[in-house]
Design a binder for this molecule. Structure first.
Ligand code: WT7
Length: 627
């Protein structure tokens, strides 16, 4: 496609969206029954629907329909944490495993609409479990295996999962993560869970609760290998995935079957310029949306070979990614800026000792990529001949909304460039008015698209308030951006209290709650500060309860405490003791001000003169930690 063709097709996608999306839905997805109406509803009434009365099944689209032509081709190319361990799973084998596991679920009475929680490492069984749930119409809720028992428990309870699927352990580099033990701890607080299915890893015994726990491999042996697909409505939920907002507990983002599948299948094809026989590798974990959309559903809908990597980029050496690319002749590689930064820091020699001559397309996602890092990715990793797709999107959007198309869009390092077909982004000011070109503002999306979240599980209010309230007839992204003279989008980061650590999303409020749950802490204010490798890290202002003595020892304990209650990736990097925190009249902690203090942007004491409690602020400025 050339650039003119992109602009033509883009214009057409907006002129007659119903016609455009109905063509895409026919082209990319196999339906049991065609829809009656392509789309209905609007952002003001928060009732957008896609492919009304259309019937389909996501698992059927990912597997069954490829069997005739691709049964012997590799669906999952698994690369273990240990470089010696590799598995190739063909479409026929994956199909059989998924059918068997679907029958295992049925046997324990999992039915259409029931929620099933997955807490699994990056092993093929994780994908089997996702697809098997989809096959019988159960709604999967994958929880990233780096989350603590406490975080897991709250996600299990929020959507009433009765079944949890886990493994005895997970492996990441030289670390072994006791997943089953975490589940056991979590379940003390989850009375609704009936069964735990455990993928048993060799030589890793774990406690087994008779009656409740089920050994995966045993159950698979006796399960039937045929299982019909449940017929799902386009608007039936496919999955729930929890993500952090600026306040309160994580929200369960609900994605439906029809719109989501059409959108991820189409974007996968165009954004990665996917062709038969490509070997595609997305390094994201299935615990995040990238794993759902572009490791599982997008690639499998195309009958692609998707590489599933269990390990970490630096184990056994910082050459691992590049070695895996050579070993499996990867042609499309999709990763996060944080990984690129970490590997760039290790020096070019780790890259240069590999060939990477199979690579055709490079992708990035999760946070803004700095132009220098972009150029390194381009020159050193891509040998100057692979277009880089900087893809902007969110858990809520289901799929990529702003991204270059390879060999089509002229690239600019650091810009996510132009909107995908059917997507109408705009930048607005505080009052909701479109800003002049070049000005920074809040990124909104003006028109519905298939793939967009349907709701927040169990909290319609949060869905409406969080995304549609502030700017009429728009979807509010929570990001800031600017558009340049060519209409290119430059996304600069969040404008709410969401922090991005290594591309992972974490709410200030969540971390503050974790602090307050410690018996030593009276109050906490949590803000992001820049971090060379992780993008952002956490700077916390902590007020201790009276009688508690501040010490470095206590700092360490508190960091450990937050890590234990949320997960390792949420561990604060800096803690500053605070006598008191600046508050608004209504008693809310002024995070914006704290953010300025932490980032040393409040040198002028005059800045504080309008505050009701300037002394509190001046004290915090004085004691700021040197980063
Ligand atoms: C937030 C969404 C979407 C998959 C992974 C993250 C940031 C994402 C980019 C990009 C600049 C980006 C935004 C967004 N983000 N991609 N290419 N350039 N920022 O999903 O955890 O829901 O986070 O990630 O801030 O709002 P998520």
């Amino acid at each position: 496609m050339d650039e003119t063709k992109y602009h033509d097709l883009y214009a057409r996608s907006l002129r007659d969206p119903a016609h455009f999306w109905s063509e895409q839905a026919e082209k990319f997805i196999t339906w049991f029954k065609r829809w009656d109406t392509v789309t209905e509803g609007d952002f003001n009434r928060h009732n957008v629907r896609w492919f009304l009365n259309g019937k389909l099944n996501a698992c059927y689209n990912a597997l069954d329909r490829h069997l005739e032509t691709k049964s012997g081709e590799t669906a999952i190319l698994w690369e273990g944490n240990d470089p010696e361990k590799t598995k190739k799973i063909t479409y026929a084998q994956l199909y059989e495993n998924v059918c068997r596991f679907a029958n295992v679920l049925k046997k324990i009475n999992v039915k259409k609409g029931d929620r099933v929680c997955l807490y699994l490492p990056m092993i093929p069984e994780a994908i089997v479990a996702m697809l098997a749930s989809a096959r019988i119409g159960a709604v999967h809720s994958v929880v990233f295996a780096g989350f603590s028992p406490e975080s897991l428990a709250s996600r299990i309870n929020d959507c009433d999962c009765e079944i949890v699927i886990t493994a005895t352990v997970g492996r990441r580099g030289d670390k072994i993560i006791p997943l089953k033990k975490n589940v056991d701890e979590a379940l003390i607080h989850c009375p609704g869970v009936r069964h735990v299915i455990v993928v048993e890893e060799a030589n890793q015994p774990a406690p087994f609760q008779e009656g409740r726990d089920i050994a995966y491999h045993d159950a698979m042996k006796t399960a039937e290998k045929q299982c019909p697909c449940e017929i799902m409505d386009a608007e039936d939920p496919l999955f729930i995935l929890y993500t952090s907002g600026s306040t309160g507990k994580p929200k369960g983002i609900v994605h439906t079957t029809g719109g989501y599948l059409v959108y991820v299948a189409m974007t996968f094809k165009y954004v990665f310029d996917y062709h038969d026989r490509d070997v595609y590798w997305c390094t994201a974990d299935i615990g995040w949306i990238t794993g759902h959309s572009y490791l599982v559903y997008g690639p499998l809908c195309h009958g692609a070979t998707t590489l599933v990597f269990e390990g970490v980029p630096t184990y056994p050496t910082p050459s691992r990614f590049w070695e895996v690319i050579d070993k499996h002749r990867v042609s499309i590689f999709y990763t996060a800026p944080t990984a690129i930064r970490a590997l760039r820091r290790e020096g070019d020699s780790w890259v240069k000792k590999t060939k990477r001559d199979s690579l055709k397309i490079l992708g990035t996602v999760g946070e803004p990529i700095n132009p220098d890092v972009w150029k390194w990715y381009d020159q050193v990793v891509g040998n100057n001949h692979c277009p880089i797709v900087d893809t902007w999107w969110q858990t809520e959007t289901g799929g990529i909304l702003i991204s270059p198309l390879p060999h089509t869009t002229r690239l600019k390092p650091g810009s996510a460039t132009l909107p995908f077909f059917g997507i109408v982004p705009d930048i607005v000011d505080e009052a909701g008015q479109s800003v002049e070109q070049g000005k920074m503002g809040r990124l909104v999306i003006r028109k519905p698209w298939p793939g967009m979240m349907q709701t927040v599980h169990g909290d319609r209010e949060r869905f409406v308030e969080g995304y549609f309230k502030d700017v009429p007839d728009c979807y509010l992204t929570g990001d800031n951006a600017r558009q340049d003279e060519d209409g290119y989008f430059w996304i600069t980061g969040r404008n709410d209290d969401v922090i991005k650590i290594s591309g992972h999303r974490i709410g200030s409020g969540e971390v503050e709650s974790a602090f307050i749950a410690s018996s030593a802490v009276s109050e906490a204010g949590v803000v992001p500060v820049p971090d060379e490798i992780r993008g952002e890290s956490i700077y916390a202002f902590v007020t201790l309860k009276s009688g508690i003595k501040a010490s470095d020892e206590l700092k360490k304990e508190l960091i450990q405490h937050v890590r234990g209650s949320i997960g390792a990736f949420a561990a604060p990097k800096y803690i500053q003791w605070a006598e008191a925190l600046p508050k608004t009249r209504s008693g809310k902690i002024m995070r914006r001000l704290l953010r300025k203090i932490a980032n040393d942007e409040m040198k002028d004491p005059g800045d504080t003169s309008t505050l009701s409690d300037p002394d509190v602020v001046n004290e915090l400025i004085k004691n700021r930690l040197v980063l």
